[in-house]
Write a protein that binds this ligand. Structure first.
Ligand code: HEM
Length: 460
């Protein structure tokens, strides 16, 4: 298909402040490559297959756009926000933290925190609930335990300072880019959020520093973390922080600040994304009893009569249909609906000149609902992923693709399988009455403005 950029220009108010389906509609009218001025800066917004592949697979588009600057007060320039050689070194260093043997060692932590969530949900049976509120605390507990080896107990202490400050930061990260004045560093101090953010960042950094210091002290006491394998020869749980503490770049250990950046990056990117995906999956299951029934049948086959059994790595591997449910959920509700890069040189693409310093936003939400790749794209149909019909790889990009894809993809899928398996086996999920209508909002992480509501009934 001939690629062409729409010659019309759109304003921020017309696009970013409205919901994702408006961007989709704009593309239906003007084509899959449109140029939008956001804060006077032109952004190419792309849902075109060839251009997406060109950008995501290339080594020339590895730098993030200025839109990520709002994250840096909290996250510094960790893996998500860094560019150039810093990013390359950090990526090399953090990749071993996602080795499958390490992921396997996290399963008990996923299970333990799932059990806490189930206990909370037991008390809500029969009521219409906003599931996102409970799942987000679960996801925060999981990531604190696996990244920092800290039992946060967010599910028990929702009002704790840490949980409140994380919530504040997630809100500010979403809100700030949408305001012309707040997004400008010059005007930002005129708003209360500036001071609220400073207080939150100071608190969160202090917590991370304290955790780093006590882990460092423990490392000194035990002369390094030696017991990496248990008596069965399986790798013991190795929190991400320990891997960072043992790592070196160019022969030098990472500084406290370096480690803090990466730990905070995982705390943010590892909880909000999964919380949104798990909540949407539960919502979709509550609205599609046939899919829920099939997913439950698979669970019964795996666990035979004992539906309370703990989950092994092999069990998770067998949850093929549940994996299709997860994939289909992320197709309809990709936690990161768009992600952006910045050109560092002039680029020629099919005869078009793209100047240096241009932001390119890959509109994953649009690609994932494109009828060219998915029949009846707005329908929830996990079965479509059972047919290996050789779909084009850059048409399924909820975790992005290429060298800067999501490093936590396998972690996220395993965590989701554990919690969904546990919830499915314990409860029947029902829709609310009247049916809850999701209102999507175009934030850094995809959310529903009016919550994600469903009802639970205890299974016999
Ligand atoms: C359903 C869950 C998740 C989804 C849909 C998701 C999606 C994504 C996407 C689309 C990107 C690319 C962003 C960009 O280019 O700006 C990304 C990057 C990243 N994700 Fe995830 N993510 C998920 C879970 C996780 C988890 C659990 C972790 C950590 C444990 C994680 C850590 C990261 C990091 C560190 C990056 C930056 C990678 C780099 O630039 O090299 N993510 N994720």
């Amino acid at each position: 298909m001939q690629t062409s950029f729409s010659t019309e220009r759109f304003e921020i108010s017309e696009v970013v402040k409205t919901v994702l389906n408006d961007v989709k509609r704009l593309m239906e009218k003007h084509g899959k490559l449109i140029v939008v001025d956001i804060g006077f800066k032109p952004h190419i917004i792309c849902a075109d297959y060839d251009f997406t592949e060109f950008v995501l697979s290339s080594q020339s588009f590895l730098n993030k756009s200025g839109d990520y600057l709002y994250l840096t007060n909290w996250l510094g320039t960790g893996l998500l926000t860094s560019d150039g050689s810093k990013w390359k070194k950090r990526r090399r260093l953090t990749t071993p933290a996602f080795h499958f043997s390490i992921l396997e060692s996290f399963i008990p932590s996923f299970e333990k925190n799932s059990d806490i969530l189930l206990q909370k949900l037991d008390n809500l049976v029969g009521q219409e609930i906003d599931i996102y509120r409970y799942v987000t605390l679960f996801a925060l507990d999981v990531i604190a335990e696996t990244a920092m080896a800290v039992e946060l107990r967010a599910q028990d202490f929702e009002d704790s300072d840490y949980v409140q400050h994380v919530k504040t930061m997630c809100r500010i990260i979403q809100d700030r880019p949408l305001s012309i004045f707040k997004s400008n560093d010059l005007f930002y101090p005129l708003f209360p959020d500036y001071y609220i953010e400073r207080r939150a960042v100071k608190y969160l950094h202090n917590v991370t520093y304290n955790v780093i210091d006590s882990r460092m002290a423990a490392q000194k006491d035990t002369h390094g973390f030696r017991e990496e394998y248990d008596e069965l020869g399986k790798k013991k749980r190795m929190p991400f922080l320990d891997i960072l503490l043992q790592s070196e770049i160019d022969g030098k250990s990472l500084s406290r600040d370096d480690i803090r950046e990466e730990v905070d990056t995982f705390m943010f990117e590892g909880h909000d994304t999964t919380a949104s995906a798990i909540s949407f999956a539960l919502f979709l299951l509550s609205n599609h009893q046939d899919v829920q029934e099939r997913a439950l049948e698979e669970q019964k086959l795996i666990f035979e009569d004992d539906l309370h059994q703990t989950i092994s790595f092999e069990d998770l591997h067998e949850m093929k249909y549940l994996e299709c449910v997860i994939k289909e959920t992320l197709r309809l509700y990709p936690s990161v609906a768009a992600y952006a890069r910045r050109t560092t040189n002039e680029i020629i693409y099919k005869g078009h000149v793209i100047p240096r310093g241009i932001n390119i936003a890959i509109f994953a939400y649009g690609i994932l609902r494109d009828p060219e790749f998915y029949e009846n794209p707005d329908n929830f149909d996990p079965g479509r992923f059972e047919l290996n019909d050789g779909k084009k790889p850059y048409a399924y990009i909820p975790f992005s693709a290429g060298p800067r894809n999501c490093i936590g993809q396998k972690f996220a899928i395993l965590e989701m399988k554990v919690i969904l398996s546990k919830v499915l086996r314990r409860f029947q999920l029902l829709p609310t009455s009247p049916l809850h209508q999701i209102i999507l909002s175009a934030e850094a992480v995809l959310k529903s403005k009016n919550g994600i509501k469903l009802k639970l009934v205890m299974r016999k």
